[in-house]
Design a protein around this ligand. Structure first.
Ligand code: MEV
Length: 449
């Protein structure tokens, strides 16, 4: 290496990596490199008493601060006969109000009836035939090899389960199954073998413990089969961990049989068309994700599983079903996989999450699943009812108009209300219009009362 390059390498050594910087240094770095101002950087120095920088920095890498998301409470929920106050963290207006209103209507007929499976998850280990040549073909199994390898694995099931369970006290692998998979479109040559650990994660979501178990048995699998392990990871398609809910919405509160008919058309649309179904499911996930965010769940895992489940019969469909009861009321049902936990992960370290769980006052992860699935159904009801009736913009617009009034500079509550009403009334919810109204108020041309 020439002298110049050598000295560059030494210089690089003296430059701290972002992760090595102290919090203040990270902010200084961003001021220099990413054009944030002193004022911007101050936002990231303001930590609540029990959620200081160190805590955030222990949760993720390269932390600089956190982004607050509004936290609210959905009311009126009666689930399996018990009343709940349900914390939801979400930035979208109308979601919490809509869920609460739907829950109130459902409560007339007893509220939500919900049930959830035990917390059974799957960890997958991918096995390919040991490399015999450079030819990819040899890395997949032929029929004879498949039978040999499967037999060895199943003969060693007890031992493998023992190894999987050797490091965990509360969570247990309860079964081990073997599948062979092949897909014409990706490999024309043959099969892989997938070993699946079936694990009861109890009150935890379980990702860490599942991945640990898969990694623990991988060396033994390679030893006994003389094959090669590639992936060792949980499956987020948590179909052994389903949650279901049903509720009845009385006809007289939702526009009678005409109202119900329109809602059923809305459902038929979502059931049969993917472009509508995705939006329909997005709406019900507003509710589920809101509770998931407030209670510290892995929202990405929940979303991935829900949308995969929506296509379980080969076509992406609505995750809810709606029909008319014999009495002429509207009945809604929902069924989704829900891998959630109330122990482990951030549930025991995140101060806000701990309070949300306290508000729910639940003892089991299963109970949280019941709550989430009920909120999902309520949210879906609220959305399709509004859409099948006057549309959602009117309700949305009121809250949106308040935000616009604040953006335009309104500070006092009364002024915000007046501006929001005028914006909606004139069907012109823009910052410019809001500024015009503020000017008129300041000139006393519109009363501030
Ligand atoms: C908006 O976040 C959700 C809705 O679009 C859901 C739906 O269309 O059913 C209103």
């Amino acid at each position: 290496m020439d002298k110049k390059n050598n000295s560059k390498k030494n210089d690089d050594k003296n430059v701290k990596k972002f992760y090595e910087l102290e919090h203040k240094e990270r902010l200084e770095f961003l001021k220099k490199e990413a054009h944030i101002t002193d004022q911007d950087s101050k936002i990231f120095q303001d930590f609540p008493k029990n959620f200081k920088f160190n805590k955030v920095n222990n949760m993720i890498e390269n932390a600089i601060g956190f982004i607050p998301i509004p936290l609210g409470i959905a009311t009126n929920f009666v689930i399996n006969g018990r009343k709940y106050l349900i914390p939801m963290a979400i930035e979208e207006p109308s979601v919490i109000a809509a869920a609460s209103k739907a829950a109130k209507i459902a409560s007339v007929k007893g509220g939500f009836l919900a049930e959830a499976d035990n917390s059974i998850m799957i960890g997958q280990i991918q096995l390919i035939s040991r490399d015999k040549s450079n030819d990819d073909k040899d890395k997949f199994f032929n029929k004879e090899e498949r039978d040999r390898v499967k037999k060895i694995i199943l003969n060693n099931k007890e031992k493998l389960l023992e190894i999987a369970n050797s490091k965990s006290r509360s969570v247990h692998a309860i079964d081990l199954q073997v599948r062979e998979i092949s897909d014409e479109s990706i490999n024309k040559m043959g099969y892989m073998i997938i070993i699946e650990l079936v694990i009861d994660t109890k009150d935890a979501m379980g990702a860490n413990v599942i991945n640990t178990m898969c990694e623990l048995i991988a060396p033994e699998l390679e030893k006994i089969t003389k094959c090669t392990v590639i992936l060792k990871i949980l499956s987020n398609y948590s179909t052994k961990r389903m949650a279901r809910c049903k509720a009845i919405f009385p006809k007289e509160m939702i526009g009678g049989s005409k109202g119900i008919e329109r809602i059923l058309y809305a459902f038929a649309f979502a059931y049969s068309d993917i472009y509508r179904a995705v939006t329909h499911n997005k709406g019900l996930m507003n509710g589920i994700d809101g509770v998931a965010m407030a209670t510290g769940q892995d929202v990405r895992a929940i979303e991935a599983a829900a949308h995969a489940y929506a296509s379980k019969d080969g076509k992406y469909r609505s995750l809810t079903k709606w029909y008319k009861s014999k009495e002429g009321d509207l009945v809604g049902e929902i069924e989704i996989p829900l891998a959630i936990g109330i122990v482990g992960g951030i549930t025991s370290v995140h101060p806000y999450v701990k309070i949300s769980l306290k508000i729910l006052n639940i003892k089991k992860a299963k109970e949280l699943a019941l709550i989430m699935v009920a909120v999902g159904l309520a949210q879906n009801f609220a959305a399709i009812r509004a859409l099948a009736d006057e549309g959602i913009q009117k309700g949305h617009m009121r809250l949106h108009a308040r935000n616009i009034a604040i953006t335009a500079g309104a500070t006092d509550e009364e002024q915000i209300n007046i501006i929001a009403s005028k914006l909606v009334e004139e069907n012109n919810v823009t910052v410019n219009k809001a500024k015009e109204i503020i000017e008129l108020i300041n000139k006393n041309e519109i009363s501030n009362k």
